[in-house]
Design a protein around this ligand. Structure first.
Ligand SMILES: [Zn+2]
Length: 228
């Protein structure tokens, strides 16, 4: 696809196809792991299918789970869609969810740690505080409950123990930016650790950056998202 991602004008299935392709091509999830969804104004949830190669998903492959439970599309919805539904029920402000198995965040999840986002000034604000969901069987109701409970506490980014990560956003670009930034923090901490002691910014240093007048924050200007 050569189109830019437009969260206002593009159909959810087109947005999801672009973002899942970007995540897979960048090695940020495995072929069999990871799923994306969006909820529209009718309460219908658009979600990636199960058992279809993540590297070649087309908009027509994206499934719709209607608000009454009816499933529309050529495949089965992702086996993990129940936790997406649980999050949407617990947090009406969240309109898009990304779940993936990115190597650096999964590394944190297998040593049962949460990455400290105070590595660069922008990351903490983009990611927000990070929640942690203890292990439950993938696809299970219990996992959905654990994740939804973390979102209920107000977290928009969760580490899933020995599994992966899940991020929510007000739209798909918001969720993707949170996902990409959190994985970036995890990766740089891992790289830094191999070089020496990792030193973090203080909250005061981050607040100082956040309190700048917006006109000075050129790096935070709105960005466009050309497709890969
Ligand atoms: Zn998973």
């Amino acid at each position: 696809m050569s189109e830019k991602l437009d969260t206002q004008l593009m159909h959810p299935r087109d947005q999801i196809a672009i973002i899942i392709s970007r995540i897979y091509q960048r090695g940020l999830t495995t072929t069999s792991g990871g799923n994306i969804s969006m909820i529209d104004d009718n309460g219908d949830v658009w979600v990636t299918p199960s058992a279809v190669d993540k590297g070649s998903l087309k908009p027509s492959d994206i499934m719709c789970v209607k608000s009454d439970g009816t499933i529309i599309g050529p495949h089965k919805p992702s086996s993990e869609y129940p936790f997406h539904i649980a999050i949407y029920k617990s947090r009406p402000d969240i309109k898009a969810i990304i779940h993936a198995h990115p190597p650096a965040l999964v590394s944190f999840s297998i040593v049962r740690q949460i990455p400290d986002t105070n590595v660069i000034v922008q990351a903490k604000k983009i990611c927000g505080p990070i929640g942690y969901a203890a292990y439950e069987l993938p696809g299970s109701f219990a996992l959905g409950e654990k994740i939804a409970d973390e979102f209920k506490k107000g977290f928009d980014a969760i580490i899933m123990e020995n599994h992966g990560t899940v991020l929510g956003g007000i739209d798909l670009v918001d969720a993707f930016q949170r996902f990409e930034t959190l994985e970036f923090c995890a990766r740089t901490i891992l790289y830094g650790t191999s070089l020496g002691e990792v030193l973090y910014l203080t909250d005061d240093q981050i607040d100082e950056f956040d309190n700048q007048v917006p006109g000075l924050m050129s790096e935070m200007d709105s960005v466009s998202y050309p497709s890969d």
